[in-house]
Design a protein around this ligand. Structure first.
Ligand code: FE2
Length: 451
């Protein structure tokens, strides 16, 4: 028996790759849901016990929907050299292709990419077979974040590469058809861990929390909390030469793994929102990720919704907690990415003692309210992916797609929820032929994006 929490229960890896067709659907799948929901999660091979949850090899799970039908489910490991045991560190330095590729999966320029922030992306076919590492036609010589941001207005993809050693931070922009247009090293950045970032209409926002490079950390992910590491927000103007005008603002100590969104308000201030965690919550979470004692009951402990408002003219940052729930995996309607959004979705976790249910949360920032959809015992929903309804007019006119791990039935199902009102019964439920290991990220990829 393993004592690693990430190899048991909702997180237990599956042992093989399967394909299934003609999935059972309850309710009615909206015909505009024609595409693929692809999720990525850590799934080490049988017999392999990674030293850190995030060191587990990535496996993608795809659900193919077309015009009201659920045509197929299939799961595939991302076949990288690391899956076959190739080490990240070699005598020639890091092997950027030795990736778990197990954090996220996105589409850009018609290309599917499985991502892990320490490595090159891995290209996949629409049937989830592995093509190989993708270095943006030679333009990417460092790692790539697992959380790139596609500007919904320009179609450009913003992403960064970070490293514990110089150059610490390089920002890239790719055209809608996938050509790297610009790469700039960002002055003032350091070795602090950078997992996510944000863009606004005119700026790029980086976060450096109080988690930084620590070569004495031996889990395979050499980062640790440091009280000596100031937390900072970097705001960089978009466009040529913007990096030379980046400004860094010190904030209270914390670590924001994910950001919900950022935007410029009517006064030109930069507003940034996302869950943030303090030292104790970080340590309990980390201990779960490495299977150490003194861990939380859940992989996320203590992260709460926070807002940072950066007043560039005054040189100040206002910080405030915006809710008391423990949440992570924030999402929005991506048509509002970089612009003021009204609605935000997130996954709330039981408290640090494991009391309570996993719950999807919808925040209405205009009304200052939240709506909760608790799942029952043994039910763990994934990050909610918003898909707009055909002909939708309001920001929340669409669907939330979530794959629910059901320990009671040893199965998983895709639920399609009406994003405008979480109290309504699911629009549709697709029964999957196997349990899908919980957590980490995914995307809805409409057929129109792969054409
Ligand atoms: Fe992430």
């Amino acid at each position: 028996m393993t004592s690693k929490p990430y190899l048991t229960g909702h997180y237990a890896p599956v042992v093989d790759e399967i394909s299934a067709t003609g999935l059972t659907v309850e309710g009615a799948l909206p015909p505009e849901l024609t595409g693929r929901l692809i999720r990525n999660s850590h799934n080490p091979k049988p017999g392999v016990t990674p030293t850190h949850w995030f060191k587990g090899s990535g496996m993608v799970h795809g659900i193919r929907l077309r015009e009201g039908r659920a045509e197929w489910y299939r799961n595939r490991w991302v076949h990288t050299p690391a899956l076959d045991g190739a080490p990240y560190m070699t005598e020639h330095g890091p092997d950027l292709s030795a990736s778990t590729a197990g954090t996220h999966v996105i589409e850009h320029g018609g290309r599917l990419l499985a991502l892990c922030e320490a490595n090159l992306p891995f290209e996949l076919t629409p049937d989830l077979e592995t093509v190989g590492p993708f270095d943006w036609n030679g333009k990417l010589t460092s790692a790539m974040t697992a959380h790139p941001k596609e500007d919904p207005v320009t179609g450009e993809l913003h992403f960064f590469g970070s490293s514990p050693l110089p150059p610490y931070l390089i920002h890239h922009v790719a055209s809608p058809d996938g050509r790297v247009l610009d790469s700039q090293e960002v002055p003032g950045a350091g070795p602090a861990l950078k997992h996510d970032f944000a863009i606004t209409a005119h700026h790029v926002v980086f976060l450096e929390g109080s988690v930084t490079f620590d070569p004495t950390e031996h889990s395979g992910i050499p980062y640790a909390w440091s009280d000596a590491q100031a937390s900072r927000i970097g705001v960089m103007p978009r466009g040529a030469g913007g990096a030379q005008r980046v400004r860094w603002f010190e904030i209270g100590q914390g670590y924001a793994m994910h950001l919900a969104n950022a935007y410029e308000d009517a006064r030109g201030r930069i507003v940034i929102e996302g869950p943030s965690v303090g030292r104790a919550g970080w340590q309990r979470s980390w201990n779960w990720w490495v299977g150490a004692p003194d861990r939380g009951a859940e992989p996320n402990s203590g992260s709460r919704s926070r807002r940072w408002t950066v007043d560039m003219a005054a040189g100040t940052v206002r910080e405030e907690d915006t809710d008391d729930l423990v949440v992570e995996f924030p999402t929005i309607n991506d048509a509002y990415l970089g612009r003021a959004h009204r609605y935000q979705y997130a996954l709330s976790f039981p408290d640090d003692l494991g009391v309570g249910n996993h719950t999807l949360v919808k925040y209405d920032r205009a009304a200052g309210t939240r709506q909760l959809l608790p799942f029952g015992t043994g039910q763990l929903p994934s990050e909610a992916v918003f898909v707009p309804a055909a002909g939708g007019t309001s920001e929340d006119d669409g669907y939330l797609l979530s794959v629910v791990s059901d320990l009671n039935a040893d199965a998983s199902r895709l639920v399609v929820l009406d994003a405008s009102d979480l109290s309504l019964p699911p629009v549709a439920t697709v029964h999957l032929p196997r349990r899908v290991p919980a957590m980490i990220h995914g995307s809805w990829i409409p057929d129109t994006d792969l054409a």
